[in-house]
Ligand binder design. Structure first.
Ligand SMILES: *[C@@H]1O[C@H](CO)[C@@H](O)[C@H](O)[C@H]1NC(C)=O
Ligand SMILES: *[C@@H]1O[C@H](CO)[C@@H](O)[C@H](O)[C@H]1NC(C)=O
Ligand SMILES: *[C@@H]1O[C@H](CO)[C@@H](O)[C@H](O)[C@H]1NC(C)=O
Ligand SMILES: *[C@@H]1O[C@H](CO)[C@@H](O)[C@H](O)[C@H]1NC(C)=O
Ligand SMILES: *[C@@H]1O[C@H](CO)[C@@H](O)[C@H](O)[C@H]1NC(C)=O
Length: 286
């Protein structure tokens, strides 16, 4: 009897562990072509959040979370912003509540948004966990949890988020896609993710026995130079996807980036890049 109950609990536990919010179901119009998902990048203030929610052309909101002060005064709390910023007019709490209310509204049924939160430090991640947990059970839209957890090429200043703290704490967010990246710097010609950096990532994922779906957040200009390393990730991490992002003005070898995208296939690549780069990728023309 006890064994049976225990088995049932185990079974349910496993069931819930693998029940992530499927991007293809949430965005049925893309027909499984993940490159069709559209992004608003750095949604870190009220004005841009309102504009992004108001735009039916946007599907995912990418935003950064730092430890700072609302308008520069009061307590230190998790706020929306990208380093070196230390203040913002938008707290993480208000950001998440605004999106929650937007998505709950029946009138917005067809234009609901997903969210990717990019945590910029171990401290702000651990300080944000309790608040996210309060909303988490009610959330039926994609909420990705992202951090740069491994030191990447040529960036000696940014301290990565502690990979073990991040991956073990993020186990609570069992229906989220975990988005994992390397600290980066603006790509210069030939800058690539090297074998040691990629292996360090694979190792922490295995050590922490990650169960969620994983997407690797890679910077377009650097990833384009790293086809062999990107293939290694694909071979080692079951069902992983890539999220290719870029900053305005990054130098990118477009033919090599196209090779990378088609190596994974359009069902396994998200493209969060400025419009001019997206157009140059010419993804309809394989
Ligand atoms: C709000 O965010 C957008 C996108 O990151 C940015 O372009 C804009 O300058 C920001 N506005 C303010 C007032 O910070
Ligand atoms: C929302 O979008 C409509 C047009 O689609 C525009 O007229 C309106 O100004 C927008 N509102 C905000 C807050 O951006
Ligand atoms: C922060 O500043 C913005 C204007 O930039 C204002 O609308 C908002 O009310 C301020 N928030 C607080 C909590 O003072
Ligand atoms: C994950 O990969 C396995 C093969 O390794 C495949 O059979 C399965 O369909 C994949 N699952 C998803 C959700 O893509
Ligand atoms: C996938 O989406 C891209 C736009 O991101 C489009 O150009 C391409 O034609 C689509 N491919 C397929 C096979 O649907």
């Amino acid at each position: 009897m006890t064994t049976k109950v225990y088995r049932l609990v185990l079974l349910l536990g496993c069931f819930f562990l693998v029940e992530s919010i499927n991007m293809d179901d949430f965005f049925p119009d893309i027909n499984g072509n993940l490159t069709k998902i559209t992004w608003a990048h750095a949604v870190n203030n009220k004005t841009y959040l309102a504009a992004s929610l108001n735009s039916s052309a946007i599907m995912m909101l990418e935003a950064d979370v730092i430890y700072g002060k609302i308008n520069g005064s009061g307590e230190l709390i998790p706020i929306m912003g990208h380093p070196p910023a230390t203040q913002s007019d938008l707290s993480l709490e208000e950001f998440l509540t605004t999106i929650y209310n937007f998505n709950k509204d029946e009138n917005n049924r067809k234009v609901r948004k997903g969210v990717k939160l990019d945590f910029k430090s171990t401290e702000v991640f651990t300080k944000s966990v309790d608040f996210i947990k309060k909303q988490y059970n009610q959330i039926d839209y994609p909420l990705w949890i992202n951090a740069d957890i491994i030191r990447g090429p040529l960036n000696f200043e940014t301290v990565p988020v502690d990979p073990n703290i991040f991956l073990s704490t993020a186990k609570a967010f069992d229906k989220s896609v975990l988005s994992l990246g390397w600290t980066t710097t603006r790509p210069t010609m030939g800058l690539a993710y090297n074998n040691a950096e990629v292996n360090a990532m694979i190792e922490v994922i295995k050590e922490n026995d990650v169960k969620q779906e994983i997407t690797f957040a890679v910077r377009a200009g650097i990833a384009a130079q790293s086809l062999a390393e990107m293939k290694l990730l694909k071979d080692e991490v079951n069902n992983c996807t890539l999220t290719i992002w870029s900053s305005e003005g990054d130098e990118v070898d477009v033919p090599k980036l196209r090779d990378l995208i088609f190596e994974y296939g359009i069902k396994r690549v998200y493209v969060d890049v400025p419009k001019d780069l997206r157009d140059r990728l010419d993804l309809g023309n394989k």
